[in-house]
Design a protein around this ligand. Structure first.
Ligand code: IPM
Ligand code: MN
Length: 365
């Protein structure tokens, strides 16, 4: 296979974890005989300072011409972000426009922790039980994130509001994605919402359940978001399968899932639209550890695995990457944020060493 990729390394730890992800991709090219040409482009806070725009026109052009986009985390420390005007900050000025541009409505965030790695979680091994294997699916281009934002003053009172809206078409599209995945994986689907309060949630459930009529073979559960947050700590394995969220609930609970795993560094993601897919880690740019060769590249490398599967249908190649990532962790190696007092000194690895080990594992057939 020959494909063209846009590479957006981003800010903070972005460039260093991207290096490991691309090393991994090269190992896949070599083993399977594929060619992924790469064109790098500025995106994020650094792009604002160099080009006056966090998503410069030239970057848009490169992304438009690419078959898929590989994006690193963006953003700076709070103090440095203040130097950027609100509408040019990477979240509002780059990430959301990127999602909108390619209508990447389906966000896949796998949450994987085999029982053998239960010690990584801050939860007790007995709570991790037989392991966690949840595919969180988040609607990514609707809801409160993209609704109208208003700030004003009326009769001396200041106010602000954010509109939250979903159309039946939007809900149907993401519900189909979630049901199809659950059917393919032969697992249950848990739909998360706040229907005891929100009109958008009641509407969401109606549409999801309507779609569900064509998926009677898929076991279905429905849970309120506050209870889902609680249950995720008490017994995460009960959600093994697919979980479906609207945009903001998915933002919050996928971070919580990173906490359950023991690190946001273990949260890759893919954002899939009708024509284009981009991948990114679910975490931020961790400016405090940038340039120290200590960030965990798992989420960036895992994002490559997701891209191969979701954008190009290369499931064997994707599986080979997952296997390599878990081989490193199962051999006891830990990047700094995952180590604890029981981690032997010789098992503490750098960003580069993690990537090297993954590459080595991929090279062995
Ligand atoms: C994420 C991030 C983004 C979001 C931010 C950076 C806009 O937190 O991808 O989860 O809220 O979607
Ligand atoms: Mn988030």
């Amino acid at each position: 296979m020959k494909k063209r990729l846009a590479i957006l390394p981003g800010d903070g730890i972005g460039p260093e974890i991207m290096t490991e992800a691309l090393k991994t991709l090269s190992a896949i090219e070599k083993r399977f005989g594929h060619t992924f040409t790469r064109e790098e482009a500025p995106f994020g806070a650094a792009a604002y300072f160099s080009h006056g725009d966090p998503f410069p026109e030239a970057t848009k052009g490169i992304c438009d011409h690419a078959d898929a986009i590989v994006k690193g985390p963006v953003g700076l420390a709070v103090e440095d972000m203040k130097k950027i005007p609100q509408d040019k900050r990477p979240e509002i000025g780059a990430i959301l426009p990127l999602r909108k541009r390619y209508n990447t409505f389906a966000n896949y965030r796998p949450v994987k922790l085999p029982a053998s790695l239960a010690e990584l979680s801050p939860l007790k091994p007995s709570v991790i039980g037989n392991g966690i294997d949840i595919l969180m699916i988040r609607e990514l281009v609707g809801g409160i994130y993209f609704g109208k934002k208003t700030e004003g003053t009326e009769t001396g009172m200041k106010y602000a509001f954010d509109e939250c809206m979903y159309t039946d078409e939007q809900v149907r599209a993401i519900a189909k994605v979630a049901y199809d995945e659950a059917r393919r994986m032969k697992v249950k689907l848990t739909n998360v919402h706040k229907s005891n309060v929100l009109a958008t949630s009641r509407f969401w459930n109606e549409v999801v359940e309507e779609v569900g009529k064509k998926y009677t073979d898929v076991p279905y559960a429905s849970v309120l978001v506050d209870n889902a947050a609680y249950q995720l700590m008490k017994n995460p394995g009960q959600f093994n399968g697919v979980m479906l969220f609207e945009n903001m609930m998915g933002d919050i609970l996928t971070d919580q899932a990173g906490g359950v795993l023991g690190s946001l560094g273990l949260m890759p993601s893919a954002c899939v639209g009708p024509e284009k897919c981009y991948v990114e880690p679910a975490h931020g740019s961790a400016p405090d550890i940038a340039g120290k060769n200590m960030a965990n590249p798992y989420s960036m490398i895992g994002s490559i695995a997701l891209m191969l599967e979701k954008a190009f249908g290369l499931t064997e190649e994707s599986d080979v990457i997952w296997k390599a990532l878990f081989a490193v962790l199962n051999a006891g190696y830990r990047t700094a944020e995952l180590k604890d007092t029981s981690t032997p000194k010789d098992k503490l690895i750098t960003t580069t060493q993690f990537g090297d080990m993954v590459v080595k594992d991929i090279a062995v057939k």
